[in-house]
Design a protein around this ligand. Structure first.
Ligand SMILES: [Zn+2]
Ligand SMILES: [Zn+2]
Length: 131
């Protein structure tokens, strides 16, 4: 399937490719404004929503309730979220319990699978001594 992207989609995809980390729509907007000047926040939100709908980018909601986006890739990450300070840290190593069997099983459920998220919650090193 060859998808033709609009200008704003392409700009956002290029930026996400360069960044290679999660970013909120608002931060995305700030970075885009520095590069291309004319792009409204509403356009960024709309474009991000559309790319998400197409299964090109993924969304993760952090402990502060903020949506973060990144490109969907084979080597993905899982996060540890601190319930006190709201910090998210990427789990080290490439361990993912969602294996191919489970992915195959999902595709028998009449559901077109794009990606998964897996979140761990608790206290970060800093907060363990404070709470
Ligand atoms: Zn913390
Ligand atoms: Zn995973």
């Amino acid at each position: 399937m060859l998808v033709k992207f609009t200008k704003s989609q392409q700009q956002i995809l290029d930026l996400l490719e360069q960044l290679d980390e999660e970013i909120s729509a608002q931060d995305l907007h700030i970075k885009l404004r520095k590069k291309y000047l004319k792009i409204g926040l509403a356009t960024v939100y709309r474009t991000v929503k559309n790319l998400h709908l197409q299964g090109i980018i993924q969304e993760r909601i952090n402990p502060n309730g903020e949506s973060l986006y990144r490109l969907i890739k084979d080597n993905h990450e899982h996060h540890f979220n601190c319930v006190n300070c709201g910090i998210s840290t990427i789990l080290k190593g490439e361990y993912c319990p969602i294996n191919q069997n489970l992915t195959n099983w999902c595709s028998t459920q009449n559901f077109k699978l794009y990606y998964h998220t897996l979140e761990f919650f608790g206290l970060c090193e800093n907060c363990q001594n404070k709470v």
